[in-house]
Design a protein around this ligand. Structure first.
Ligand SMILES: O=C(O)C(=O)[C@H](O)CO
Ligand SMILES: [Mg+2]
Length: 283
């Protein structure tokens, strides 16, 4: 069974963010990820991790220039990253520096760097050199701290105009960036929405050593992984099989909006997919 991390920005919406750590540990998660930890003091979050025996496995660099407390709200309102946005290089670098300082305190080995939306009037091809240059700069800064950066293809239904949508584009970009500590965050939800053939893509890309993290959700509504058109149990089996062959030992982030979160039992009641994965592994 892969190691699963609870995405605390999406799971347990019935609880205040700091209380979600304990809930995730109680439900048997060993790792957690989140979108943006910046509204909280890094030391306070580190204490929550330690107190609950959890590892922080991933979070995002800021998607735009804001006060720390504003970052999450600004993401909802439209900040989607700066890596491909001309004229905002200084803000991009300041955001990466803030993320690296949080990663050090949280002892988190991975930081996702959002690509951003291609500005009106420009093409993806026109902004790609800037994206590559920004990522190269960020990768070198992260390498000094012993950290890895993730780049994630995201579907354009969720973020219209987003620069990076496809797995093949992400892997081409890694070649161009040319820094070994940059990897792909393969979100199976986005992969299914954009291109499908998910199991084949896991088999193609995981052995390259260029996939640093997985995420999962049901498709099309981004609810529990066992709701909708993806067969999560089958895909976890594929990850397990290929990981055993190539020595991959990363995490699968549970990044979904619980459909059952408002029902009695909250998020925990919707973890049947996790219990099924455990039962399958025990067989
Ligand atoms: O939207 C997603 O799938 C992500 O993982 C991004 O990190 C957005 O935070
Ligand atoms: Mg994702």
């Amino acid at each position: 069974m892969p190691r699963f991390a609870a995405n605390l920005s999406l799971l347990y919406p019935e609880l205040d963010f700091p209380d979600r750590f304990e809930a995730a540990a109680r439900d048997g998660f060993e790792g957690v990820e989140c979108l943006f930890p910046y509204a909280w003091d890094a030391g306070e979050l580190a204490a929550r991790l330690q107190g609950n025996g959890l590892q922080q496995v991933l979070f995002n660099a800021p998607p735009g220039r804001r006060e720390r407390a504003e970052i999450e709200r600004a993401w909802q309102a439209g900040d989607k990253g700066l890596a491909c946005v001309p004229g905002r290089e200084a803000e991009f670098k300041a955001g990466v520096a803030l993320a690296l300082s949080y990663a050090a305190v949280l002892q988190c080995p991975r930081v996702h760097v959002l690509a951003g939306v291609v500005p009106a009037g420009l093409t993806r091809e026109a902004v790609q050199p800037l994206y590559v240059e920004n990522l190269r700069w960020a990768a070198r800064a992260a390498a000094k701290e012993g950290l890895r950066l993730m780049i994630e293809p995201i579907n354009t239904r969720d973020i219209p105009g987003y620069f990076l949508n496809r797995q093949d584009h992400a892997h081409e970009l890694l070649e161009e960036i040319g820094e070994p500590n940059v990897q792909v965050q393969m979100d199976l939800y986005h992969c299914q929405v954009v291109e499908g053939d998910v199991a084949t893509k896991i088999r193609r890309y995981l052995p390259t050593g260029r996939v640093g993290h997985f995420q999962v959700a049901g498709v099309p509504q981004r609810h529990e992984p066992d709701c909708g058109e993806l067969n999560a149990g089958y895909l976890f089996g594929v990850i397990d099989e290929v990981a055993a062959q190539c020595g991959w030992d990363g995490w699968v982030g549970a990044e979904y909006r619980p459909a059952r979160g408002s029902e009695a039992g909250g998020t925990s009641a919707g973890l049947g997919w996790l219990r099924a994965a455990r039962a399958q592994a025990a067989r």
